[in-house]
Design a protein around this ligand. Sequence first.
Ligand code: ARG
Length: 231
Amino acid sequence: SKPAETPKAKVLKVGSETTFAPFEFQDEKSKEYVGFDMDLIRAIGKEMGVEVQIQSMGFDGLIPALEAGNIDVAISGMTITAERAKKVDFSTPYYKSGLSMVVKVDNDTLKTFKDLEGKRIAVQIGTTGAMEAKKIKDATIREFNNAPEAFMELKAGGVDAVVNDLPVNEYYIAQAGGKDAKVVGEPLTSEEYGIAISKKNTETTEKVNKAIEALKKNGEYERIYMKWFGK
Ligand code: ARG
């Protein structure tokens, strides 16, 4: 008789812009994608009984990739917005965030978002940070492919501030940027992150939501949260 075949696990194709620590970034040694989102999506995959395959791409390419069916889900610190919700569905919110600003460590004049009027601001292309910065009166907006490039431009003196997600700004300051830069002011917005899924794929959205619920019940969500944000 034939040996029993082990059924191959179904693959969940995950897209992410992976230079957004502590949500998604590449571990220097192992080259693995690590971070809060990466742990969360792997735990969700486990709940769903699928194999998670992570693919790195530009942030502004994630929604087109979902629409084209090249990926099944996008997890990328992506804020749930009405604009995006016209194109894709979102899971239940999984993280509360907001925008803040980063300036040079010795800058004592830029304290609030109001102070950014007429200034030069670096943002990541396609983000809520870019959207909000464009509303600031007379500001010059410089758009970069990712947050690290925006931080580098601040360090180089090419801009006066970076507008970006608060937890990412704080992680940057704590890890590498603290000598050069600081986070100032009150958060500009209150935002929630969701996992984006094609509107054609409502079955996946339901499964992802069930998995998130299970992880919240069984303590796994809390464990992952504490790993990355616990003090
Ligand atoms: N939360 C912001 C947004 O949705 C920025 C997300 C950027 N994420 C990333 N992985 N680079 O627009």
